[in-house]
Design a protein around this ligand. Structure first.
Ligand code: TRP
Length: 363
């Protein structure tokens, strides 16, 4: 059995650095590693609608933004199938059958869903579709017989839920579905990139994001006003690295070559951190370095985006072709599922023949 990747993002906004280090960068590496037989990247619009039912225009507008972000990061439609979730009706059908294999109590325990319910102030008015999105996510993953799901840490409960559904399905109906594995970023700083304000997570609703499509000037301004160590007042003061997001970003983005290129007085991040801790190193110098590093990462992404922005029709055409490929794949899995569940009546000519013989004999 081949190795298959399925992953995706909700199109609720443009993608930012948190998405980049949490998943996008790794996806491109995996894509180019040649180790995978198939790669599916999904724009999860149906899932985005589970808590944006009253704002379809927002989701619609962001399809192209996410597609442009994907392409500009280096996802290549020749190697990866990029598609839109809602265009694959087979996914809904699978989810409907998986719902029979999951209890309400089990959904209630999902920590990511719990946190999201709090964040969105749903109280008792939780949309059923939202509540059950982990089941729909299990359909996304299993429909493509994915072995590997590269995602951020917050998606761990979804993959766990998927694995449980796979076990349950296979034990009730016979070996049919493939059990997926999560693939997290290796670097701890990438697991959850803080916002520029130092808050736990980069998130559009908190307004603390650096977007992949921000201009060079926007990025510079955001970096120069980033949260550091509030007790590091004069340059001579000793500074703290922990909770200082400028250093967390350097952990996530910088490498030795960046020092040689932009800050040759230091040979490594460890050396820079040690100086900051001792005192005598100002925030501005560290921020300028971070800005150079980020600009180097973002410049080629911005340039590629500009290219693709000149051919929006071509991008939609690419998505349309991706949907066709994805749909054929999901249809194959759905057929296997229906056979296993014994709801493939018209394909079972043997059963029809046997029954007709039985009734004929009884006449
Ligand atoms: N839940 C993911 C997110 O919020 C998006 C998503 C939907 C997804 N279906 C998926 C991710 C399947 C991986 C696999 O970003």
């Amino acid at each position: 059995m081949g190795k298959v990747i399925l992953t995706g993002d909700r199109p609720t906004g443009r993608l930012h650095l948190g998405h980049y280090v949490g998943s996008l960068r790794q996806r491109v590496e995996l894509q180019n590693s040649g180790e995978f037989d198939k790669i599916f990247i999904m724009i999860a619009d149906a899932q985005a609608l589970t808590d944006n039912a009253d704002n379809p225009e927002k989701i619609r507008r962001n399809i192209i933004e996410v597609a442009l972000d994907y392409l500009s990061c280096g996802l290549d439609p020749a190697k990866a199938t990029i598609f839109i979730q809602s265009q694959i009706p087979e996914l809904c059908e699978l989810a409907f059958y998986y719902m029979n294999l999951v209890t309400v109590a089990r959904l209630e325990r999902n920590p990511t869903v719990k946190a999201e319910i709090q964040l969105r102030n749903f109280g008792k008015s939780i949309p059923v579709g939202f509540y059950t999105y982990p089941i729909s996510q299990a359909s996304d993953i299993t429909a493509f017989r994915a072995t590997t799901v590269p995602v951020g840490e917050d998606q761990e409960p979804m993959i766990e839920q998927t694995r449980e559904i796979v076990h349950k399905f296979n034990s009730v109906y016979g070996e049919t579905l493939v059990e997926p594995e999560i693939l997290l970023p290796k670097n701890a700083a990438c697991l959850r990139l803080p916002g520029t304000d130092g808050k736990a997570k980069m998130s559009k609703s908190l307004g603390n994001c650096i977007y992949l499509s921000d201009t060079a000037e926007d990025v510079r301004k955001k970096v120069m006003s980033m949260y550091t160590d509030p007790d590091h007042i004069r340059i001579e003061d000793p500074g703290k690295i922990e909770g200082n997001c400028v250093f967390t970003y350097l952990d996530a983005f910088s490498c030795c070559d960046h020092f040689a290129e932009f800050l040759p007085d230091y040979s490594s991040l460890e050396e820079l951190k040690a100086h900051y801790r001792r005192g005598g190193l100002g925030d501005v110098k560290v921020k300028k370095f971070l800005n150079s590093v980020l600009q180097e990462v973002l410049e080629p992404i911005r340039a590629r985006r500009k290219e693709y922005e000149r051919d929006i029709e071509g991008v939609y055409e690419m998505l349309r072709r991706g949907c066709d490929v994805a749909r054929a794949e999901a249809a194959e899995t759905l057929a296997m599922v229906k056979r296993a569940m014994k709801i493939d009546y018209f394909d079972d000519t043997e059963m029809i023949r046997r029954q007709s013989e039985m009734y004929r004999n009884a006449q």
